[in-house]
Structure formats: structure tokens, C-alpha cells
Design a protein around this ligand. Structure first.
Ligand code: FAD
Length: 464
């Protein structure tokens, strides 16, 4: 059997992108995937199916909330849940098949099955051991467990995100444990579809790590949309009785005990790196105390020729971070200079409105000890956002007070996930806020609000 230059283990956004880039650079590449389809968590049970359900439920919300305001009188729009799941499945298949096509186009061998690393340069799949000069571990992550809570996606009462993407019916009530991105996105889906959704969170704020002002405004907007929040609450147990769930929690401020009943409980308390069955112990691969593969700045582990990327290594668990590392690791392996700028990785929550951020929050910027300035512009002053009925949010830009260099930006508003990229590009180029303020922005666009926030850092926003 011929030797590969590279075997990538895992075909999620980290692994498949790494395989494609390595093949483009002339390496002989194989990618091992144990799942039936390519694309990993992201395409199969993560980013893509969740965005399909967010889109469909947003459309429904628009018919209920805004159609009549625009003079669009429709008969009552009903939900055909089986069809909605069908649309989600088709969206997923279209994308996973797309990766299969790209593998063929780039002459990448898909080795079907679960891989074990027998030794440096030796990857076993099924009964066959393949030789390779390099190995990239891109095995991703899985939902982390919560003490006192047993997830059973088949039963469909206490589920994780994978189960929540395939419920048998829209529940009448849902408790979401964890107010992070995944919990709030999926909680929004079911709230829009008619479920009474309560989000129980251990911390005193939603979306940990986000800019404080954004957290507060986001919670207000979601509450207006009908989501209920119980913050500062530690869930101790979830019991299933007669097909319903009982969630027991203690409020941290006074230790008082409470219970909520719900048709479905979504456990969304985070994800853990997944390296089970790879044989890393035997291989002597160094791990972090949180179970990630420890890598150097070239994504190489302590075992020469064994690299790791994506959710399996420290850093934000995001598909685009995994992709960037995949590309960069492939370039390093091909003898080039791979690079990822960890200071400019956007994060987006795909609710309505969307929430997007890049760089430092105001709190984090202050903590660096440097002098900063903050420019804010409300979407109330943006004509396009008002026409979209999404003027509740704002753009907040943070710059160094002495150099005017943009340090971060936080947007809560329509299409924030698209708008954030102009700030990402600006930050990559080391731009000042004035550079953005002096850039002509088309009217009427929501992006004008980004420019206005930059103007607010200088002589003042025009429409505020
Ligand atoms: P994964 O996508 O997890 O892929 C790893 C693959 O490796 C899997 O297919 C697995 O089967 C395979 N594998 C594991 N072990 C082996 C083995 N031994 N042999 C063979 N194959 C193996 N991120 C975003 O950026 N934007 C979003 O909107 C977003 N939404 C999300 C929504 C949900 C509900 C979830 C759960 C996640 C979401 N994420 C999102 C996170 C995103 O999915 C992950 O960050 C991303 O998939 C990580 O990519 P990866 O390549 O590191 O690993």
C-alpha cells in the first residue's frame, strides 16, 4: 500500500478543509471519517441544521409579527413539522454531498470508519493500517454531560443539541439549561414555533464572555420575544416522569430550591473535545487539563508528525476557527507558513436580531490597562433597520484612545453576522476607527451603523 503524505482524522470543517488545502498544495491525502456522511458536527448536527431551523422559524415569526404591519394579509400560516425537518435534512445533505464532490475533485481518499493511531505514521481504520508521513487529529467535540442529568435523544424528553434538532414534535414547553449560543439559538427556534421556553443559566448573565452591554440588551430583546430567563441557578437534577421532565434547581443567591416541568429539556451546557478511541494515551500525546490536545504554534503535538486542530484543541469552538487552523496546518505540513490571527475571530449568534462580535469586549479592553474609547450607534438611527422592524440593537466599537486603532466591535442588529466582517478586515489591516469612518458606505444599509459607530469615536455620529 502506498504511503500518504497526510492522513486527516475527522471530516468536520477543520478536517475537510485541511485535507483540501493539503491536496491543493500537492500532497497525497486521505481523510478518515466514522460518520456516514462528511462535514462533521457542523454540517450534520450543528451550524447548518440549526441555521435551517432558525431560518424557517424566523419566516414564521415574520408572518405573525410583521406581515400585517406591512399590509401583507395572509391566511394563518401553519407549521408542518415533518416538512420543516425535511427541509433541514435536504439542506444538510446538499452540503455533505458537496464535500464528497470536493474530495473527489481534489483526489482525497475518504477512508470510511473510526481511526486509531497505532504509532507515529500509522493509522488503523477497520482491519487496515495505513502509512503516512503526517497525521492531523480533527476529531472535534461532543456535548458535555451535566451531573444529575441523563440525556436520551431517542426518547426525546431530555436531549442535547443533536436531539433538539430532530424532536418528534414541537413541544408545548421547553427548558433550556445553559444560556450560551447553542441554547439560545435552539431556544429561539422553539419559542418562535410556539413553545413556552425557559432558559436556566448558572451565571448571572446570558452569553458568557460577551460584552456586558450586549448581554443586557440581548436578554431584553429575547424576553420581549417570549423567552423566560432564570439566571444564577444551578440545576441539580432532571427527572422524567410520565413522559415529562422535572428540572430541579437551586438559586445561587439564597440557596432556595425550585422546580420547573417541561415537555422537553435541552441540555446546552457546553461541549468537550472528543479524542476517544484514538489511542493518544498509548502514543504519549500531551493533553491539557481540560482534555484538549496540547499543540505548539504550528498545531503540532509533542509527538513529531502528529498535529491537531479545531474543537480538539484549545480556543473558541467555532467552525471557522477550525477551518482556519485546518488551512494553516496543511500549509505548515506542506513546508509553507500557516498562520491564524486569534485576535480576529468573529463570533455570531444567529437569532433575530443577530449578535456578532470580534476582538476585545469593553471589559476585556479595560482590563488590558490601556486607555480606550467607545463609540456606540443605535439602530434606531438607521433607516434600513427601522424598515426591517429590527431597530432595538446597536453597534459598539472599541478603539485605543491614543492610536485610534480598532480593538473590537460588538453588534446586535439585523444581519450583524454579515456586517461584522468589515470590522474583521479593518482589524486585520490594523485600521483606525477613522479609516472606517472615512469609508463611504452605501445608503440605505445596516452597515451604515458600523460607520456611524466609528464616527462616534471621532467628531460624532451624524444620525444619533
Ligand atoms: P467536528 O465538526 O466535530 O468534526 C469532527 C469529525 O471527526 C466528526 O464528524 C466525527 O465523526 C469524526 N471523528 C471523531 N473521531 C474519529 C475517529 N476516531 N475516526 C474517524 N472519525 C472521527 N460553529 C460556528 O462557527 N457557527 C455556528 O453557527 C455553529 N453552530 C453550531 C450549532 C450546534 C447545534 C453545534 C452543536 C455546534 C455549532 N457550532 C457552530 C460549532 C461547530 O459545529 C464546531 O466548532 C465545528 O464543527 C468544529 O469542527 P471540527 O472540524 O473541529 O470538528
Amino acid at each position: 500500500m502506498s504511503t500518504y503524505d497526510l492522513i486527516v482524522i475527522g471530516a468536520g470543517p477543520g478536517g475537510y478543509v485541511c485535507a483540501i488545502r493539503a491536496a491543493q498544495l500537492g500532497l497525497k491525502v486521505a481523510c478518515v471519517e466514522g460518520r456516514e456522511t462528511l462535514g462533521g458536527t457542523c454540517l450534520n448536527v450543528g451550524c447548518i441544521p440549526s441555521k435551517a431551523l432558525l431560518h424557517a422559524s424566523h419566516m414564521l415569526h415574520e408572518t405573525h409579527e410583521n406581515f400585517a404591519k406591512m399590509g401583507l394579509i395572509t391566511p394563518e400560516v401553519k407549521v408542518d413539522w415533518a416538512k420543516m425537518l425535511g427541509y433541514k435534512a435536504e439542506t444538510v445533505t446538499g452540503n455533505t454531498k458537496g464535500i464528497e464532490f470536493l474530495f473527489k475533485k481534489n483526489k482525497i481518499d475518504w477512508l470510511k470508519g473510526w481511526a486509531t493511531i497505532e504509532a507515529p505514521g500509522k493509522v488503523k481504520v477497520g482491519d487496515t493500517t495505513y502509512d503516512t508521513k503526517n497525521i492531523v487529529i480533527a476529531t472535534g467535540s461532543v456535548p458535555s454531560a451535566l451531573k444529575g442529568v441523563t440525556v436520551d435523544n431517542d426518547a426525546g424528553v431530555v436531549v442535547d443539541s443533536t436531539g433538539a434538532l430532530a424532536l418528534k414534535k414541537v413541544p408545548g414547553s421547553m427548558v433550556v439549561i445553559g444560556a450560551g449560543v447553542i441554547g439560545l439559538e435552539l431556544g429561539s427556534v422553539y419559542a418562535r414555533l410556539g413553545a413556552e421556553v425557559t432558559v436556566v443559566e448558572y451565571l448571572d448573565a446570558i452569553t458568557p464572555g460577551m460584552d456586558g452591554e450586549v448581554q443586557k440588551q440581548f436578554q431584553k430583546i429575547l424576553a420581549k420575544q417570549g423567552l423566560k430567563f432564570v439566571l444564577g441557578a444551578a440545576v441539580s437534577e432532571v427527572e422524567v416522569k410520565g413522559g415529562k421532565a422535572e428540572v430541579e434547581y437551586k438559586l445561587r443567591k439564597d440557596d432556595s430550591e425550585h422546580e420547573i416541568k417541561a415537555d422537553v429539556v435541552l441540555v446546552a451546557t457546553g461541549r468537550r473535545p472528543y479524542v476517544d478511541g484514538l489511542g493518544l494515551d498509548k502514543l504519549g500525546v500531551q493533553m491539557t487539563d481540560r482534555g484538549f490536545v496540547q499543540v505548539d504554534k504550528h498545531w503540532q503535538s509533542n509527538v513529531p508528525g502528529v498535529y491537531a486542530i479545531g474543537d480538539a484543541v484549545p480556543g473558541p469552538m467555532l467552525a471557522h476557527k477550525a477551518e482556519d487552523e485546518g488551512m494553516a496546518a496543511a500549509e505548515v505540513i506542506a513546508g509553507k507558513h500557516g498562520h491564524v490571527n486569534y485576535d480576529v475571530i468573529p463570533g455570531v449568534i444567529y437569532t433575530t436580531p443577530e449578535v456578532a462580535s470580534v476582538g476585545l469586549t469593553e471589559e476585556a479592553a479595560k482590563a488590558t490597562g490601556r486607555k480606550i474609547k467607545v463609540g456606540k450607534f443605535p439602530f434606531m438611527g438607521n433607516a434600513r433597520a427601522k424598515a426591517l422592524f429590527q431597530a432595538d440593537g446597536f453597534v459598539k466599537m472599541i478603539a485605543d484612545a491614543e492610536t485610534d486603532r480598532v480593538l473590537g466591535c460588538h453588534i446586535i442588529g439585523p444581519n450583524a453576522g454579515e456586517m461584522i466582517h468589515e470590522v474583521c478586515v479593518a482589524m486585520e489591516f490594523g485600521a483606525s476607527a477613522q479609516d472606517i469612518a472615512l469609508t463611504c458606505h452605501a445608503h440605505p444599509t445596516c452597515s451604515e451603523a458600523v460607520r456611524e459607530a466609528a464616527l462616534a469615536l471621532g467628531d460624532g455620529a451624524i444620525h444619533a
